[in-house]
Write a protein that binds this ligand. Structure first.
Ligand code: SAM
Length: 287
């Protein structure tokens, strides 16, 4: 292929020409290593026929690797300077892929599903090196808004990767683990060293893989299930009976809901699966 990926010298030169000063606030750490972005594209399993949503394309490191697979890419970038430069970068370094690429200037938290479509086709995958401070909300927002996604591969802070992929009973199991599990099967997919970024961040990174699956079968809405999850983990050292008293109206009402859902009231929220949270939300007394 005639795609030419970005290395350390290219990134420095591009950043210099555009006068880009990476900000922490926008999580701007650019990948300067071709092997890393190729690995992400390969693990994502995308190729011809896929419409990939990329969040935070930055200078285009991962974008070029995604285009190299033959996929279509719609990238969402919040930084106007970076968004404006991307088409030229693609046209120069992967000319034959230019027609498979477009960029949306937007905060990913505000983007609408329609903006990610191309000629009526809906996105099949999300692949991103996410801005670290908003990684979890961005991910959950996309999973919620873009119901056609079948898979995802994202790079996040290693600690966040652990939390997203944690199983009930794991030390890092919490709100992000349960909410992600509402949409998908989530797994760790490897580590990424700090040295592949410019500037080099303070933390290690990790890859997380998503495979969409049907929501748990429940009469509760997504909002009701998530409210129950938030309540259970807000006081994670209490038993569920105590932690859910406010959520249910009283400790007795919490007890009744737990009984109805078949859950031991003496255990803690950190042991419940998303299916159990869903059953519990459905059993909450109404009104
Ligand atoms: N994908 C590029 C790479 O791998 O080199 C850049 C990744 S960098 C970790 C995160 C990118 O997300 C930056 O380009 C930043 O400007 C962008 N960004 C930050 N917050 C965003 C938001 N809320 N919505 C969309 N993009 C955002």
């Amino acid at each position: 292929s005639s795609t030419s990926l970005l290395g350390p010298a290219d990134i420095r030169q591009l950043a210099g020409r555009l006068d880009v000063r990476p900000t922490k606030q926008l999580g701007q750490n650019f990948v300067v290593d071709a092997n890393t972005v190729r690995r992400i594209a390969r693990l994502a399993g995308v190729g011809e026929g896929d419409l990939v949503t990329e969040i935070g394309p930055g200078l285009g490191s991962l974008t070029l690797a995604l285009l190299e697979t033959g996929a279509h890419v719609v990238a969402v970038e919040i930084d106007p300077k970076l968004a404006a430069e991307l088409p030229a970068t693609i046209a120069t370094r992967a000319p034959e892929a230019a027609e498979r690429f477009s960029v949306v200037l937007s905060d990913a938290l505000l983007v609408q599903a329609q903006q990610l479509e191309v000629g009526g086709r809906t996105p099949t995958a999300v692949v991103a090196n996410l801005p670290y401070n908003v990684a979890v909300p961005v991910l959950l927002t996309l999973l919620e808004r873009v119901s056609t996604l079948t898979s995802g591969l994202v790079m996040v802070q290693a600690e966040v990767a652990d939390r997203l992929a944690a199983r009930p009973g794991d030390k890092t199991y919490g709100v992000p683990s349960v909410k992600a599990a509402w949409y998908a099967d989530v797994r760790r997919a490897g580590a990424v060293p700090r040295q592949v970024f410019w500037p080099v961040p303070n933390v290690e990174s990790g890859l997380v893989q998503f495979t969409a699956r049907p929501h748990p079968d429940t009469s509760a809405t997504r909002e009701e299930v998530f409210a129950c999850v938030d309540a259970a983990f807000a006081q994670r050292r209490k038993t569920l009976r105590a932690a859910l008293a406010g959520w249910a109206g009283s400790a007795d009402a919490a007890q009744a809901a737990l009984d109805q859902a078949g859950i031991d009231p003496k255990i803690r929220g950190e042991r419940l699966t998303v299916q159990e949270f869903s059953a519990l939300a459905a059993a909450r007394p109404k009104g």
